[in-house]
Design a protein around this ligand. Sequence first.
Ligand SMILES: O=C(O)CC1=CCC(=O)O1
Length: 94
Amino acid sequence: MPLYAVRMDVAIPDGLDPQLVADTIAREKAYSQEIQRGGEWPHIWRCVGEYSNISIFDVADNERLHEILWGLPLFKWMTCEVTALATHPSDINA
Ligand SMILES: O=C(O)CC1=CCC(=O)O1
C-alpha cells in the first residue's frame, strides 16, 4: 500500500472557548488512536518545540488519506503537508 509522510502544523485561534478546544483535542486523540489501531497510521512523532507532528500513513490510496485528514477534529485549525513516499534505491532493507 502507498506510504505518505504528513506534517501537521496546528494553530489554534486565540479567544476560543477553552472547553471547545479541550473537547476537540480529546476527540483528535481518540480519532487518531482508532486509526493507529487499525494499522493505517503506523507512526506519529512530535516535532520538538512545535505544535506539529510528522506522521506516516499506510493507506490504500490518495482518496483514503484525504478522508482521514479531513476527518481530523483539529483539521480546521491545522495545515497539512503531504509527501508521497517511494522506495529509495539505497535502502538495504528494500
Ligand atoms: O498534536 C498534534 O500534533 C495534532 C494531532 C494529530 C493527531 C493527534 O492525536 O494529535
